[in-house]
Design a protein around this ligand. Structure first.
Ligand SMILES: Cc1ncc(COP(=O)(O)O)c(C=O)c1O
Length: 379
């Protein structure tokens, strides 16, 4: 049975070109980047090349990028580094746990927070953010793209609001980087988190953009690597892989977007042609991410049965999929409990083919028909 992975928003397979480079670096470039000798300098230059690749992809300076152990660590560096007792943060209610749980931990140390709900389109309304500003608001942290819905937040406008109000602005761009163009020379962001495994790079590697002139304290202490912010000998193959993944993603972005949108259309048309009743939540989203409620089919049996048929999709975000309740994010948007418990996330990416989509859709249609018949018999 051919396995079809339609969960690109959870993680991506490593691009074969990235894997080849990583394997070369792992076996050939093993010196400690902090060493003075040539072995060390070779490793050092691998890291600096990757830094340049990310900076080029984002139109920022290489010195504004530091490598971390992933998106979660980048988020922690910003929130833990900036917020002290008595400070206030504005964030959204549908951030990843790598933001919400950090805030929960910081609340025990006297940090205050306001969580803004998404509007009915799954987007954070700038007016809600403005209304939440307090004299002690030190940081606004709103994700660029939501991981469950794929909706895109008004990051440029939020940047302007933060400047006007003298507040720092962070965005968790883990779901955006590599999927949409981003020009940091044009918008005001103080800090931006990224992760390699969402753009066909390795897991356990991330980056943090720190706009020139901003400073963060370290939250771990040790050697002076990564501008004193990330102690420990660097993950050289991982960083090299991230650099190439970022370069490939940006170079081929227009083609990838076009192909993914084509596949998305094929998928949705097939549902309509086969009279499958569904609601696709939110009107505007990144290419390939579809949050769909199949009417009268609960997400859990659909997901589990599809998995047995070799098709992997998810319900809600990956980190919450161990507990399959009605999607909290959809409920926050005002979607009914019924539709929210029928919602699944199907995400397509650059390595998918028309055959993948056709095989998956055939299985989904068969399964939905079967689950509905079983439900009618048991009713
Ligand atoms: C929006 C968002 N932020 C942060 C993360 C965590 O990134 P990482 O797995 O690299 O720590 C994820 C991963 O699912 C995510 O979707």
């Amino acid at each position: 049975m051919k396995k079809i992975y339609l969960d690109i928003a959870a993680t991506t397979p490593v691009d074969p070109k990235v894997a080849t480079l990583m394997s070369q670096v792992m076996t050939q470039t093993f010196g400690n980047p902090s060493s003075i000798h040539k072995f060390g300098q070779e490793s050092h230059s691998v890291i600096e090349r990757a830094r340049l690749q990310l900076a080029t992809a984002l139109s920022c300076e290489p010195g504004e990028i530091i490598f971390t152990g992933g998106g979660s660590e980048s988020n922690n560096l910003v929130l833990q580094g900036i917020l002290n007792s008595g400070d206030h943060i504005i964030t959204s209610a549908y951030e990843h746990p790598a933001i919400l749980n950090v805030i929960e931990a910081l609340q025990t140390k006297g940090v205050e927070s306001t969580l803004v709900n998404p509007n009915k389109d799954g987007v954070i309304d700038c007016l809600d953010v403005i209304n939440a500003i307090q004299p002690n608001t030190k940081l606004i942290s709103i994700m660029t793209v939501n991981n469950e819905l794929g909706t895109i937040n008004p990051i440029a406008k939020l940047g302007e609001i933060s400047v006007e109000n003298n507040i720092l602005f962070h965005t968790d761009a883990v779901q955006m980087f590599g999927k949409l163009p981003m020009d940091l020379s044009e918008i005001h962001i103080n800090f931006m988190s990224m992760s390699a495994h969402k753009l066909y790079g390795p897991k356990g590697v991330g980056a943090l953009y720190i706009r020139q002139g901003n400073k963060l304290p370290a939250i771990l202490h040790g050697g002076g690597q990564e501008n004193d912010l990330r102690p420990g000998t660097e993950n050289i193959p991982g960083i090299a892989g991230f650099g190439l993944a970022a370069e490939l993603a940006t170079e081929n972005l227009p083609t990838n977007i076009e192909n993914i949108l084509e596949l998305e259309k094929r998928f949705l048309n097939a549902l309509t042609e086969n009279s499958i009743e569904f609601t696709r939540h939110c009107t505007s989203h990144i290419p390939g991410l579809m949050n769909i409620s199949f009417h009268d089919v609960l997400s859990k049996p659909l997901l589990m049965n599809l998995d047995m048929e070799g098709v992997a999709i998810s319900a809600g975000s990956a980190c919450a999929s161990g507990t399959l309740k009605a999607s909290k994010v959809l409920l926050q948007m005002g979607v009914s409990e019924k539709l929210a418990s029928e919602s699944v996330r199907i995400s397509l990416g650059k390595l998918h083919t028309k055959d993948d989509v056709d095989s998956a859709i055939q299985k989904i249609i068969e399964l939905i028909t079967r689950l509905k018949i079983t439900a009618e018999i048991n009713a």
